[in-house]
Design a binder for this molecule. Structure first.
Ligand code: APR
Ligand code: PHB
Length: 391
């Protein structure tokens, strides 16, 4: 089997890359370990930056997104018995976020690729990228019981944090930076209308809580829990009670509850591998970097990477120029590190840390007061949250 760009992983990064390449007349094959049904149902984050929405709309993927996505012009920070709104319409005029589940983006991308005759092979195993230090890379894989080789000009490692592409790069090439957090998020998807029009990020001595949503009928919640928390120790009643304790802290605000559709623990981690390229292997999305979900940046960063990569590959196919390909890692890492900082900062600002003494807690509270009370500090949060245009 032969293609121009062999893509490992049918998450948002791999699928969007395949779509963007197709629009530039470049052929690709996507190899995915899981089934189509699995990747379309996997519940992940759900906040799209303005720039991500613009990319999806400009490339023909805006139909359902513009119809069903919920455009939000602000978020709420709740602490100390009060709510504070970060008003995007005032602080970053013309920019907003759109709440639209990541698996909806994935569904739209798969539908578009299949409608265009794109090749996505689901349920492949034994994926083995080789030869990417030469001009003739290839990817070995097994599909429907048959061992095959995909020959290509380039390999795009879009196979997430636990994929095979990053580990296939020889030892000593990559430098990895990481940070683990002393907590995780216990996420619940529930069949209940949102109790608020906008997302609520709540800082509380009991721990952080987030009220998000997916649609007018479905809400999404997160609770800060211990990193090794067992979902089984959180029956629904306990979950709702804890969410109430952390969110119902302002007069007159009540949490609506309903049937729980899903409950999972998500670890919190920051990670960056540098550079994001070795020879003809290019890493994009979670394969190269992870952020804690507090700033809702994972999908947006993945979309940015593949936008840069598609453009660089198009330049190479147009006239053999390597300038943009050579700049790929540096261009992406500038944004990656900005987002690393923002995600770490939001996480540190909002969570309860076990080891904090009175001094640490007062610093954190002063920081929260400043972010909400100063127009400059609010604008800094707002411009990072909706997505910086210039990095
Ligand atoms: N072979 C084939 N496919 C693989 C392999 C493998 N060895 N390992 C992983 N994959 C697939 C996974 O099954 C998954 O579908 O690669 C895909 C990677 O997708 P994501 O994990 O969604 O990563 P990415 O596309 O970079 O998207 C980043 O997704 O994880 C969230 O929070 C993250 O929102 C961010 C976004
Ligand atoms: C979500 O809706 O899943 C979500 C929203 C905001 C975040 C993280 C996750 O910061």
């Amino acid at each position: 089997m032969r293609t121009q760009v062999g893509i490992v992983g049918a998450g948002p990064a791999g699928l969007l890359l395949s779509h963007l390449l197709h629009l530039r007349g470049i052929d690709s094959v996507v190899l995915e370990a899981h089934s189509r049904d699995y990747v379309q149902k996997r519940v992940r984050a759900g906040v799209l930056e303005q720039g991500t929405v613009d990319t999806l709309v400009a490339t023909g993927l805006g139909d359902r997104l513009l119809r069903e996505g919920l455009v939000h012009h602000g978020i709420e920070l709740r602490f100390g018995g009060q709510s504070h709104r970060i008003a995007f319409e005032k602080l970053v005029p013309g920019r907003a976020i759109t709440v639209y589940g990541q698996q909806e983006v994935v569904k739209d991308l798969i539908a578009a690729r299949i409608a265009a005759g794109g090749r996505i092979l689901f349920e492949v195993s034994g994926v083995a990228p080789t030869g990417f230090d030469t001009a003739h890379p290839s990817i070995g894989f097994t599909h429907a019981g048959l061992r095959q080789t995909l020959e290509c000009d380039f390999i795009a490692g879009c196979d997430g944090f636990h994929g095979v592409c990053r580990p296939a790069i020889p030892d000593g090439v990559l430098t990895c930076y990481d940070r683990e957090y002393p907590f995780a998020w216990l996420g619940v998807l529930a069949e209940v209308p949102p109790s608020s029009e906008e997302l609520i990020y709540a800082h509380n001595d009991r721990g952080f809580a987030l009220h998000s949503m997916r649609s007018p009928e479905v809400s999404r919640f997160y609770l800060q829990v211990a990193p090794d928390e067992d979902v089984a120790s959180w029956p629904d009643e306990r979950y709702w009670a804890e969410l109430r304790a952390r969110l119902e802290t302002v007069p007159g605000w009540h949490l609506r509850t309903g049937p729980v559709l899903e409950k999972v623990v998500a670890p919190m981690r920051s990670f960056v591998a540098e550079p994001m390229r070795y020879g003809r292997m290019y890493l994009a999305g979670d394969a190269a970097h992870i952020v804690p979900p507090t700033g809702a940046k994972g999908l947006n960063l993945a979309a940015f990477d593949v936008g840069v990569l598609a453009q660089a590959l198009a330049a190479w196919y147009a006239d053999g120029s390597t300038g943009l390909l050579d700049a790929y890692s540096g261009t992406c890492l500038r944004r990656v590190w900005r987002v690393q900082h923002f995600s770490w900062w939001m996480t540190t600002l909002l969570h309860a840390f076990d080891g904090y003494d009175g001094y640490d807690r007062r610093l954190q509270r002063s920081h929260l007061d400043y972010v909400c009370g100063s127009a400059a500090a609010s604008a800094s949060l707002a411009e990072n949250y909706v997505g910086l245009a210039h990095v």
